[in-house]
Ligand binder design. Structure first.
Ligand code: AMP
Length: 540
């Protein structure tokens, strides 16, 4: 027997309709690409998104067509997402930090018909335009006054483009399972792979993320997503903020410590989310300028492991750190580290120990860890194995690919190695490709890196396995020092010794000027391994 409830589709237009009707005057603040801080609200975002949708339809865009965005976090980018999905089309976020050839490859693979581009990236696209045959038109996200001279095909300023219609439009009816967003993962090998979100997956994921144990959003909240809309769906914030009526602060192109601090403080932000690199710039600024944040309560960190020293410093400022883990294929959040009541009495180091773990899965995410044969491992906090996930916002296949990506039970293998403890807290040991295999045992590169960056002279650290005649592989620590510091290898090893098993300690240390990163800011260990492939360890 079916229930007798209405069939209300879980589509993205419902989110902005709700925000405009219940929280219409709630602000959306932007540090614009042109410079000044501009102010909008949810009613206006909806009004202008309707113009975008109407304009796209007039342009001949049909449901299922892909529209690329190459843009910072701004109100215009947000309007574009709602306008594109409201016309039944698919927003395709392009990460401008990818290599130009990769950008051309994914725009071509996605067969994007229109590209919405920020002023910053116009030169980048001009250099690539010959390689983008599917693109019929470029919309520059600015007004006529700031519109640059450009050779981009049929280029027009966004304000002029939406100004040509009145917004008298009804969202197109779409199936909740229809595709809504496309984001390519920045794999370090092979071509990027397209993850295709649906309306339903975005709505469910954002509802799960708005909850108190995750982003904890309410109409009184104010959230600043440092995490870009072009990186893994902005961790749901483009949807979960309007869904709750939280004020939204968009940082635009300036993500340095001083600029982020200024916005967090002037807009009285209560919750923010971003990768460790950004938070380390913010910490450096706060320490150098001896400034504190007066409103920030919750800082979400993920994308790479948050070092213990970073968690400790923010907590000492009275800011609660929520360590999250996820991946593009998971919409992207898979776990987040709120404190369960069973751990409520923990204080000091014991509490930080829990915060260093990547948290527990929210509703909608099912998790398991297995050994190499696929057998489930116990949740004892010690057994580590391949982390596999399942849920309504987890990918079932890649865009335009026939390769199966789920196991027979429907789980997606994340490629991460993890433990899960009795309370359900998951802890990432490594990427399965990065784990160091020494004498048949595994060494966690992440744990060693986190330890090394706790040293006061170290800015960034990477640990890779280097070939060893006896042990197969042994860890090599590669660091970049903080400006003006020159740590010695012996001191670094002495600092780490006693904090991990003796046989985990790196066999050698290399001090370099810069470490390679991927387009999403993660350490590029493939490049690093290449660089040190012929490195001879003193122990070898
Ligand atoms: P991406 O799809 O680019 O977001 O990359 C996803 C990968 O980033 C995951 O599979 C993890 O290897 C890594 N990752 C994300 N968050 C964390 C975290 N909090 N700690 C450790 N690794 C993380």
């Amino acid at each position: 027997m079916l229930g007798l409830m209405q069939d209300w589709p879980l589509v993205i237009s419902k989110i902005i309709d709700y925000a405009a009707s219940q929280h219409g005057s709630r602000e959306v603040v932007t540090r614009s690409v042109e410079g000044p801080v501009t102010r909008s609200d949810y009613a206006s975002v909806r009004r202008r998104a309707l113009q975008v949708a109407q304009r796209l339809v007039r342009e001949g865009i049909s449901p299922g067509d892909r529209i690329a965005t190459l843009a910072w976090n701004t109100a215009r980018h947000l309007e574009a997402w709602y306008g594109i999905t409201g016309a039944g089309a698919i927003y395709h976020t392009v990460n401008p930090r990818l290599f130009p050839e990769q950008i051309a490859w994914i725009i071509d693979h996605a067969q994007d018909r229109i590209v919405l581009v920020d002023l910053t990236f116009v030169p980048l696209l001009e250099a690539l335009a010959d390689k983008l045959p599917t693109v019929e038109r470029y919309i520059v996200l600015t007004d006529a006054a700031h519109m640059p001279e450009t050779k981009l095909r049929n280029a027009i300023a966004y304000e002029q483009w939406i100004g040509e219609v009145d917004g008298d439009f009804r969202w197109l009816d779409v199936d909740e399972r229809a595709a809504a967003g496309l984001c390519y993962t920045s794999g370090t090998t092979g071509h990027p792979k397209g993850v295709l979100y649906s309306h339903r997956s975005n709505v469910l994921h954002s509802m799960a993320l708005a909850a108190p144990d995750a982003l904890g959003l309410a109409s009184r909240s104010c959230i600043l997503p440092v995490v870009p809309l072009f990186h893994a769906n902005s961790w749901s914030i483009a949807f979960s903020a309007p869904m709750t009526g939280a004020k939204l602060v968009m940082p635009g192109a300036r993500l340095d410590g001083a600029s982020v601090f200024e916005l967090l403080e002037s807009e009285q932000v209560t919750c923010t989310a971003g990768v460790p690199t950004v938070w380390s710039m913010l910490l450096q600024y706060m320490e150098a300028e001896q400034r504190r944040l007066s409103s920030l309560q919750r800082l979400v960190v993920g994308g790479s492991a948050a070092p213990r020293s970073m968690i400790e410093k923010f907590e000492a400022y009275g800011i609660e750190v929520f360590h999250a883990w996820g991946m593009t294929e998971m919409s992207p959040v898979g776990s987040i580290g709120s404190i369960k009541p069973a751990l409520g009495a923990l204080r000091g180091d014991a509490l930080i120990d829990v915060k260093c773990k990547q948290g527990f899965a929210p509703f909608t995410v099912e998790m398991k860890i297995t050994d190499e044969t696929g057998r489930p491992l116990p949740w004892d906090g010690k057994s580590f194995g391949r982390l596999k996930v399942k849920g309504p916002a987890v990918a079932s296949a890649y865009y335009r690919s026939d390769d199966p990506i789920l196991d027979e039970a429907g789980y997606f293998d994340t490629g991460d190695v993890a433990t899960i403890d009795t309370n359900g807290y998951m802890s990432i040991t490594d990427r399965s490709k990065d784990v160091i295999k020494s004498g048949g045992e595994w060494i966690s590169s992440i744990e060693l890196e986190n330890l090394a960056v706790g040293h006061p002279d170290v800015a960034e650290a990477a640990v890779i396995g280097v070939a060893h005649p006896k042990w197969g592989e042994r860890p090599l620590l590669v660091i970049t020092p903080k400006p003006g510091r020159s740590p010695r290898s012996e001191d670094l090893l002495a600092f780490m010794s006693g904090k991990v098993a003796r046989w985990w300690l790196p066999d050698d240390v290399q001090i370099v000027e810069a470490l390679p990163h991927t387009a999403t800011g993660k350490l590029d260990k493939v490049k690093l391994r290449e660089r040190f492939r012929a490195h001879r360890l003193p122990s070898a």
